[in-house]
Design a binder for this molecule. Structure first.
Ligand code: AMP
Ligand code: MG
Length: 339
């Protein structure tokens, strides 16, 4: 099978929808990262998605709809705070975990009684969902364990020959996966995975007392510790290089990297550092989110063996960048201040 690269023309969207209706899966652009889209109501389609990704089948798939009105048959309840979040941040990079109905097969939900629902803002994704006429299950379109794809080229690099088609919608605006939250019947919102919809925005909206960050966001979970979100168990977003996050200011970062230079050693910095072998990932949290996965992929291509990453700011979308980098670095954080 050769993976076709489709455009965003009406004709190509119809072609993609036809492939999905026949049980196939298609690479789909969204504003976060590219997804691997199949029929969310079909156990066979879910199985195909797991097989193409090489993903453990207990890792649930997010279900994408085009309009809030399409949520009713999929979930048993939408608590008040969940509705407030949808009203404020959707369409957009937010996934809310809710109790599922039987219409969602357990293959799609990774065996859980809950399902993550997202309404993407990306026009191409919305057109594809509407052309299909049913919700689309779509995890990130990378092979399990490699960085999420933010261009159609990343998708074909990982999936060539494993999926029939990818729609090329250009590079993803946000660049990191959606904010995933669960919502208890008591209204408590737990952020399971940070994304562009930030902790601060959610706290401003519903009150800081009603929102918390799951432990796995910034801390390694202990062996055997109960995970709220199955994806937290897996080593994600990992480059082949041995990466470490370096904290401290710009001068401390530069000094640390100079003292630890060597062959195939790179610095992943903001771009304002004066260093050799510097691969910049952006000055602002938004730029960093946008460039992050492309830079991690590039480090693999150039054969980096050791990478020192300048720690991002940890507020706003910066927390999502930090969370992904912690996983890429296997939680190795070096404090370079006061050296
Ligand atoms: P991806 O599809 O690659 O963006 O990853 C989706 C992630 O969302 C999974 O790895 C889970 O961590 C999380 N997730 C999706 N559905 C659920 C759910 N029902 N309960 C808890 N976490 C979920
Ligand atoms: Mg993923």
């Amino acid at each position: 099978m050769i993976t076709r690269v489709l455009s965003t023309s009406d004709e190509d969207i119809r072609t993609a929808a036809q492939i999905i209706r026949e049980g196939g899966i298609v690479g789909m652009p969204t504003e976060t990262v590219y997804g691997l889209a199949g029929n969310a109501l079909s156990a066979e389609s879910a199985a195909r998605i797991y097989a193409a990704k090489g993903r453990p089948s207990d890792n649930p798939l997010i279900v994408h709809i085009a309009e809030f009105s399409q949520i009713a048959p999929l979930v048993r309840d939408v608590p008040h705070n969940a509705k407030v979040l949808f009203d404020t941040f959707s369409p957009g990079p937010l996934t809310v975990i809710l109790p599922k109905t039987d219409i969602i097969p357990k293959e799609t939900s990774g065996g859980l009684d809950t399902v993550g629902i997202r309404i993407p803002a990306d026009k191409t994704a919305r057109r594809l969902i509407s052309a299909c006429g049913f919700p689309l299950a779509a995890p990130s379109a990378n092979r399990s364990g490699s960085p999420s794809p933010t261009t159609a080229r990343h998708v074909t690099d990982d999936m060539d020959g494993r999926i029939p088609a990818v729609i090329d919608g250009g590079s993803c605006a946000v660049g990191v996966e959606s904010t995933v939250v669960s919502c208890g019947a008591d209204g408590l919102i737990t952020i399971l995975r940070p994304g562009h919809v930030s902790y601060e925005e959610i706290a401003d909206l519903i009150g800081a007392d009603s929102v918390r960050l799951a432990k796995g966001v910034t801390e390694r979970l202990d062996d055997g510790e109960r995970v709220l979100s199955p994806g937290m168990k897996y080593r994600h977003y990992a480059p082949s290089a041995d990466a470490a996050i370096v904290t401290g200011d710009k001068a401390a970062f530069e000094k640390y990297v100079r003292e630890h230079s060597g062959s195939n050693v790179y610095a992943m910095g903001y771009g304002d550092e004066e260093l050799d072998d510097l691969i910049p990932y952006g000055l602002t949290p938004d730029e960093q989110a946008h460039a992050l996965f492309d830079v991690l992929r590039r480090l693999d291509e150039i054969g980096a063996e050791r990478v020192y990453i300048r720690c991002p700011e940890r507020d706003g979308v910066g927390l999502a960048v930090y969370n992904r980098l912690l996983r890429a670095a296997g939680f190795e954080v070096i404090d370079a201040s006061d050296r």
